[in-house]
Every structure is written in structure tokens, then in C-alpha cells.
Design a protein around this ligand. Structure first.
Ligand code: PLP
Ligand code: PMP
Length: 447
């Protein structure tokens, strides 16, 4: 697929910040890893773990909506209440590693660890993973690449790191490879100021709903090889693609070990449980695990045990059946949103059919700054759409776009779409008055 399959020998150390490079294993955490692998007969006076018998919770039985039950008996509960490995609760980690193998079959699977063998780390949501990836790679003044508009949480994590965010032009099909090439021609390959990475949301972009085609991904990967930068593939909507077959991922093309992929269970199992996972070359995943060791220690063991039990009960097949049901739901919500937009907003706004995810990105004709319009409504306690400027590198710029989420409103609420826009002065006369909208389309979602 990629022109030359000759593997490039990656020099990972050149990407790391001095802080990340200085991280070392904590001796206590190393002991925890040994203890987790030891037989129960091991008498250990080494660990500083609390005695689980003092903890008040005994066992749990969690009913699943397919009628099955996740049982956490007394023994498993003891495990679930205790410290665990920073890389992830072993049973969950192995299930997720198998998932990555079967979804992406990464070329790096059988590499040696130093050459970038694929590795996985569980994180408390993909946001934690992203934040740690950025902390690992960005020193002030570094150049990095991304396509705008993009996820506000990413921009919020990046801005304080004082990197120089270089915008890569994109169209209705995502990043334009030739434009990426043109931008990179400012640097010669090997120049230490060459951008360290490209960040992108390859499926159902937040906020645009756009997905990158296979051809474009291949072209972008080729450019990454030429200029030796990493690709951060932030793909929380991978399992929410509306059409099959699902597009091959950057991870699936990664012959060199230059892709860091963040996955999320937030749209599939639960957003509040906080389960995500980072997949990438071992030398980089190791840096992230060391960072986890000094921050959260690990994602909640209870959360991981609960998730792991369900996933092992389901198997890959059961998981994918669940994914299908979720996709069917979001596809029908999207269709309701599209017909409502067509019915009410034709000629007043422009949009594109989202290929994945839960957002419709609309350009409101005749409005230059949707933030002003929306803030006036928010003031009246009718929080509706997310104004587009929040997804721009420079959020102080006016933006004619809004993001409408179709994830959690009823079809009736979605059909109130035009009401929500009625305060827009130019649009107002076109709509018949309706009853005041309830807090509806964009109920203050955090993401
Ligand atoms: N990345 C993107 C593009 C998102 O849209 C979101 C959440 O909306 C996240 C990351 C964070 O997801 P998580 O809940 O897994 O931290
Ligand atoms: N501070 C001190 C002094 C500790 O001993 C520990 C845990 N051993 C922590 C912080 C971390 O605690 P937590 O499990 O709440 O992250």
C-alpha cells in the first residue's frame, strides 16, 4: 500500500521533551507489576498497598441491557478495589490488544520493542491519553500540524504548551495531501524545526463530521515518512462510522511505527466510566505509562474490571454486535437531523452529511459570528448549539458555523432546529413562531 515498505529506523528520542525523556520507573510501581504476576501464595511485605479487607464494598452484580449480568464476586471485588498496573488491568489490556490486532492488524505487531512494536496503554478516556501524548512530545516553540476546525479539548490541551500550531488546509474530504506537502516545503527533511506530528480526527471529525478517505490517508502517511513526523490518530468515532466497510486506519498502514492512535469507549460503553486506550510504538507507550505512574497511577481498577468482564463475556463478536446497534441509533438520529435541516434550513444554512459520529456542522448564511448569536440565547438559558469559533486555533476569530449534536435529543426536539435559530436577525422572519424551545439541541455537552 505504502510505496516503499522498507522500514525506516525510527529515532524516537528526538521527538521527546526533556521532561518525558527524564521519566524513570518508580521502584514501588515496578514491584506492583511483579506482584501482579506472582502466585497468590507470595507473601509480600514489599508493597505499600492498603488492606482490601478494610474496604466496605463486598460484591456487585451489574445488569446489562441484553439481559446478561456482569458478576463481580468477592475475590474479583478485592482485585477491583486495589491498585493495579499503570499500563492497565491485565485482562482488559489483553482484550484491547486483541481488538487492535483484529481491527487494524498493525504491521508493527511483530517488531522488536525498540523498533516500535505495537503496545497499548489504558487511559481514563482518550482525553487523558491525548493530553499525555502532547505532554510527551511538545516543548515550547515546537511546530505541530493539525486541520482546523478541530476538537476543542485538543486545542485546550495544546495552547498552554505554547507550540506553534500550523494549520493544514482541508476540504469536505479532510486534509488535502498536496496542501500538507506545500506547507512542509518550508522545511527540508531532517531540519529539527520540522513539525513533530500531525494531529487529526480521521472519522466523523469533531465538529465537522468529515472522514478521511483511504487514498488520502495513504498519501499523508507517505508525506509523514518523507518529513519524519508522527501521526496522532484521534479516533473516538471509529466505531460510529455509518457505512461499511470501515476505512483502514493510519495504524493499519504504520510500517515504521510512527502512528499514535487514541481510542475511546466513551461513545460505545460509557463516557462516565472513563475508559480509553493509546496504541503506538513501545518506546512511546512506555513514556506514557511512566507519566501515568506519576499522575493517576492507573485508570480506576473497578471501572476496568467491570469493562473487562463485559468484554470477555461478549467476545469480539458480541462487542461488534453492540457497536452495530449503537451505529443504527446514531444513523437514524443523523437522518432525522438531516431531514429537519433540509425542511427548515435549505437556503439559510449549508452543511454536509456526516460520515460518522454525532455532529452536524452548519454554516449559517448571512451570520459572520455565531458565538454572539448563541451567547445571547444562552443568556436566556436556552443553550443550543456549540458556536464554531471554539473549534478554531484562534478562538477569538468570528466564525459563521455552529455544531449541532444529534446524540441525545428526541426526533421531536431535533425538529425544533429552526426555532433555535430564530433569534438570528436575518433568519427570524422566515420562521413561524413556535413555543419556546426547551433546553434541547446542544445541552451543554462537554465535548
Ligand atoms: N477526541 C475527540 C475528537 C472527541 O470528540 C472526544 C470527546 O468528545 C475526545 C477525544 C475525548 O473522549 P474521551 O471521553 O475518551 O476522553
Ligand atoms: N501521596 C502519598 C503520600 C501516598 O502515600 C500515596 C499513595 N501511596 C499517594 C499520594 C497516592 O494516592 P492515590 O492512590 O489516592 O493516588
Amino acid at each position: 500500500v505504502v510505496d516503499s515498505l522498507l522500514v525506516v529506523q525510527m529515532n524516537y528520542s528526538r521527538f521527546l521533551t526533556s521532561v518525558s525523556a527524564a521519566r524513570e520507573t518508580s521502584p514501588i510501581r515496578a514491584l506492583t507489576a511483579i506482584m501482579l504476576k506472582s502466585p497468590p501464595s507470595l507473601i509480600s511485605l514489599a508493597g505499600g498497598v492498603p488492606n482490601v479487607n478494610t474496604f466496605p464494598f463486598k460484591k456487585a452484580s451489574i445488569t446489562v441491557n441484553d439481559g446478561s449480568v456482569v458478576e463481580i464476586g468477592e475475590d474479583l471485588m478485592r482485585t477491583a478495589l486495589q491498585y493495579s498496573s499503570s499500563q492497565g488491568y491485565p485482562a482488559l489490556l489483553s482484550w484491547l490488544t486483541d481488538l487492535q490486532k483484529s481491527c487494524h492488524n498493525p504491521p508493527t505487531l511483530n517488531y522488536s520493542p525498540e523498533n516500535g512494536k505495537m503496545d497499548v496503554c489504558v487511559t481514563a478516556g482518550s482525553q487523558e491519553g491525548l493530553s499525555k501524548v502532547f505532554d510527551m512530545l511538545i516543548s515550547p516553540g515546537d511546530n505541530i500540524l493539525l486541520d482546523e476546525p478541530t476538537y476543542a479539548g485538543t486545542l485546550a490541551a495544546l495552547r498552554p504548551l505554547r507550540c506553534n500550531i500550523v494549520k493544514v488546509p482541508a476540504d469536505n474530504h479532510g486534509i488535502i495531501p498536496q496542501s500538507l506537502k506545500d506547507i512542509l516545503s518550508r522545511w527540508t527533511p531532517g531540519d529539527p524545526k520540522t513539525p513533530k506530528f500531525l494531529y487529526t480526527i480521521p472519522n466523523g471529525g469533531n465538529p465537522t463530521g468529515i472522514s478521511l478517505s483511504t487514498e488520502r490517508k495513504e498519501a499523508i502517511y507517505k508525506i509523514a515518512r518523507e518529513y519524519d513526523f508522527l501521526i496522532i490518530e484521534d479516533d473516538p468515532y471509529y466505531f460510529l462510522q455509518f457505512t461499511k466497510p470501515w476505512a483502514p486506519t493510519f495504524l493499519s498502514m504504520d510500517v515504521d511505527g510512527r502512528v499514535i492512535r487514541t481510542d475511546s469507549m466513551s461513545k460505545i460503553l460509557s463516557s462516565g466510566l472513563r475508559i480509553g486506550f493509546v496504541t503506538g510504538p513501545q518506546p512511546l507507550i512506555e513514556r506514557i505509562v511512566l507519566h501515568v505512574q506519576t499522575s493517576t497511577l492507573h485508570t480506576s481498577t473497578f471501572t476496568q474490571v467491570m469493562t473487562s468482564q463485559l468484554l470477555h463475556q461478549w467476545g469480539l463478536e458480541g462487542f461488534l454486535q453492540h457497536v452495530d446497534r449503537v451505529v443504527d441509533f446514531y444513523r437514524s438520529q443523523r437522518d432525522v437531523m438531516l431531514s429537519s435541516a433540509e425542511k427548515w434550513l435549505t437556503g439559510l444554512a449549508e452543511w454536509q452529511c456526516p460520515a460518522a459520529g454525532m455532529f452536524l456542522w452548519m454554516k449559517i448564511n448571512g451570520i459572520s459570528d455565531t458565538e454572539k448569536m448563541i451567547m445571547e440565547k444562552a443568556f436566556k438559558k436556552e443553550v443550543l448549539f456549540a458556536p464554531g469559533n471554539g473549534f478554531l486555533i484562534d478562538k477569538s476569530k468570528p466564525c459563521p458555523y455552529v455544531r449541532a449534536s444529534f446524540s441525545s435529543s428526541s426526533p421531536e426536539q431535533i425538529d425544533q432546529l429552526p426555532c433555535e435559530l430564530k433569534s438570528a436577525p436575518k433568519l427570524a422572519p422566515k420562521f413561524a413562531p413556535k413555543s419556546a424551545p426547551k433546553e434541547a439541541l446542544m445541552p451543554g455537552s462537554e465535548t
